[in-house]
Ligand binder design. Structure first.
Ligand code: RNT
Ligand code: ZN
Length: 422
């Protein structure tokens, strides 16, 4: 498509949306102000840089062996930059503690990591002018091998993970301060049991006490924000998850923490979109891990489907964009990893674009009048409005490839860079 064709299509679309009272230029300005936190771990199959051969564990599973995964921090940063160059707008990077960089000949265990060990990441993010988010890594470690971390019955193991999470909050605060934008430090632990437990209470009470210790130190919310991420079940923890949704919801409400909602962490018939307004009635902010579960929490690359659209619509219709930190969480090693990031990021932004183009006031007015017939008719009509022309225009404005042209770049990068990684 030529620039002229994109322009013409945009002008027609602008008129059609104006007919519903929607200003497409204003929508694109709003869209440009929404950062999406791209997760580093799609780039290397959640491997990290502590010990390249460590088993992932924690009920997490990555499948596929597409060639060319990043093996070093520099490779991963270069891949992230490649993906960012194919995605419109300015975004963030979400890092896991296991992506630590130790000086040569010097390493410490996870309970003793410091902001200094993330200096290269922070300097790099600063040079790109982006913010960062952070996560303790409570899996893929000998002390997590039996499936318990913060709720472990052994005081020493528990202490180790408490100290790790405390260290991560200090690192998060240092990141946020250095980058001038609050880091969301999100705690997820794998703790759970394969078979029916005889004691559900003990681990949960230990987790509660451990979290209280983890959060004892307070940080300026302009530097660090804390989130807690619950889950229904994991592989090997099918019968009991200590940090369940109810557990963390209650914890967050009482302790003024962010709730992290991962789209793969509920029963498949539950809607993440429906939870947003319920939770934001009681907590200040939420973090999303936008993901796509296929039959289970499989962490597929997010597709532009009804689930994704309904999440974006909920944020715009409820006016929740400024209280929601949008992060992605998927990992597919069976396809080109930079394409996986690009597809997921572009889909998230595209879903937000489509949602922002909705004539929300009109829809809500029809509902208030009790005219559910017209509400349904309009919702259906909106599904075939020319949002693609607005999206294409946004890509041109942000100087990134239009349509599938980004694939040309990915292919070139695969030939020039990825195929040389053996
Ligand atoms: C696991 C959680 C968690 C992880 C990342 C790697 O089920 O979703 O967020 O995916 O921390
Ligand atoms: Zn998650």
């Amino acid at each position: 498509m030529s620039d002229k064709q994109i322009e013409t299509a945009y002008r027609i679309a602008r008129e059609r949306y104006a007919g519903w009272g929607v200003d497409t230029d204003a929508v694109l300005r709003k869209l440009a102000a929404i950062p999406v936190s791209m997760h580093c771990w799609q780039g290397d199959d959640v491997g990290g840089f502590e010990n390249p051969d460590a088993a992932l564990g924690g009920g997490l599973a990555v499948t596929g062996d597409y060639p060319g995964k990043a093996r070093t921090p520099d490779e991963l940063r270069a891949d992230v930059e490649k993906a960012f160059s194919l995605v419109p707008g300015k975004h963030r990077l979400n890092l896991h503690a296991s992506y630590v960089e130790f000086p040569a000949g010097w390493r410490v265990d996870r309970d003793a990591i410091e902001p200094e060990h993330f200096r290269s990441w922070i300097d790099w993010a600063k040079s790109l002018g982006i913010g960062m988010d952070f996560n303790p890594t409570c899996f893929a470690h000998p002390k997590a091998a039996d499936g318990f971390t913060l709720s472990h019955r052994d005081e020493g193991v528990r202490r180790f993970w408490i100290d790790h999470c405390k260290a991560c909050r200090r690192i998060g605060a240092a990141m946020g301060q250095a980058l001038g934008s609050a880091t969301v430090t999100n705690i997820w632990i794998p703790d759970g049991m394969k078979d029916t437990p005889a004691d559900r209470r003990g681990p949960r009470e230990r987790l509660k006490r451990a979290l209280d210790e983890v959060f004892a130190e307070s940080f300026d919310p302009r530097h660090n924000l804390d989130a807690v991420e619950g889950k229904l079940f994991g592989i090997g923890a099918e019968s009991y998850t200590v940090g369940s949704h109810e557990f963390y919801l209650a914890y967050a409400v009482r302790n003024d923490k962010l709730v992290c909602l991962d789209a793969g962490h509920y029963h498949p018939t539950e809607s993440l979109a429906d939870k947003v307004s319920a939770i934001l009635a009681f907590v200040g902010e939420i973090l999303l891990h936008v993901s796509r579960g296929v039959r289970w929490d499989s962490d597929h690359v997010i597709a532009l489907n009804d689930d994704l659209l309904s999440i974006a619509q909920e944020l715009t219709r409820g006016g929740y964009l400024d209280r929601t930190h949008i992060g992605l969480d998927f990992f597919d090693a069976s396809i080109n990893r930079i394409a996986a990031w690009t597809i997921g990021m572009r889909n998230m932004i595209r879903a937000l674009c489509i949602a922002l183009l909705d004539p929300v006031e009109k829809l809500q007015a029809l509902e208030a009048e009790g005219d559910y017939t017209a509400r349904l008719a309009l919702m259906e009509e909106l599904k075939t409005m020319p949002f693609a022309a607005v999206w294409d225009r946004y890509c041109v404005l942000k100087d990134v490839p239009v349509g599938m042209n980004w694939m040309i770049e990915v292919k070139k990068h695969e030939d020039d860079v990825l195929s040389r990684r053996r």
